[in-house]
Design a protein around this ligand. Structure first.
Ligand code: MG
Ligand code: MG
Length: 258
């Protein structure tokens, strides 16, 4: 549960909006730095540098989720090919044809934002292009129904339907969440669900929507590092995420990239 409930004040929203802008700028810079030969550690170092240059705090670094034995050691989650989410930066060199999910969060003036995208490394095959495109579009579909009066289930239903129609599968163990006072807060937002089910959305809620989509099996495995999830069949996975604000009308995407 959050310390103050789900609805953010105007003042808090202004801070989160500025944090979201900064996070979008950082993810754009990281996207532009991705090319064959770069290591995931170099990307993580760039992420931390850009976050701290803005006077903000990397939200993921040393974050210890419930059940984890050690704090998370990177500012940026780097998840390559069959890695789904929460991959840890290392000396791994990116190769032409890889795809990499980059996911980060910042704490700006005490409030959190969270965003991710999946990026091609050089030239990628058509199947990977389609996986990335459908996952990105699934996020847009989820955002389009994130309106006051709809429910968390409406978002999950819309995302799952879109992903299935395009021949891919949803990872059911991972999903979106409320964000703002904490990196992760209620409600959990599954990327599947039933229309009209779950918590009703209200203006002032800040949510991180994040479809996580596999090209093969939906089943996942946690690696011995305690963080990195991979697909059981080692086929690829993609991930897109935005922090959004529920309003009286269309949702506002707080982490929209230029
Ligand atoms: Mg994230
Ligand atoms: Mg998230």
């Amino acid at each position: 549960m959050t310390k103050k409930g789900f609805i953010k004040t105007e003042e808090e929203i202004a801070i989160i909006r500025e944090g979201g802008k900064r996070l979008a700028f950082i993810l754009s810079a990281l996207r532009d730095a991705i090319k064959p030969g770069v290591t995931t550690r170099e990307l993580d170092q760039l992420a931390e540098k850009l976050i701290r240059e803005g006077g903000d705090i990397p939200a993921f670094l040393n974050y210890t989720p419930e059940g984890a034995r050690t704090p998370y050691p990177s500012s940026l989650c780097v998840s390559v090919n069959d890695e789904i989410v929460h991959g840890i930066a290392s000396d791994r060199v990116l190769l032409e044809g890889d795809i990499i999910g980059i996911d980060t969060g910042i704490q700006h003036k005490g409030l959190f934002t969270d965003s991710a995208l999946t990026v091609p490394v050089g030239k990628i095959d058509d199947a990977a292009k389609k996986l990335i495109k459908v996952t990105d579009e699934a996020l847009a579909v989820g955002i389009s129904v994130a309106r006051a009066g709809n429910t968390v289930g409406d978002i999950g239903y819309a995302i799952e339907k879109y992903v299935k129609e395009h021949g891919f599968v949803i990872v059911e163990e991972l999903g979106g969440h409320g964000v703002g006072y904490h990196q992760h807060e209620d409600p959990h937002i599954a990327n599947y669900g039933d229309r009209g089910q779950g918590m009703k959305l209200k203006p002032g809620m800040v949510l991180a929507l994040e479809p996580i989509v596999n090209e093969g099996t939906r089943y996942i495995k946690l690696m011995p590092d305690d963080y990195t999830f991979v697909t059981r069949d080692h086929k690829r996975s993609a991930h897109f995420e935005h922090t959004i604000l529920i309003t009286d009308g269309a949702p506002e995407i707080l982490t929209l990239r230029q």
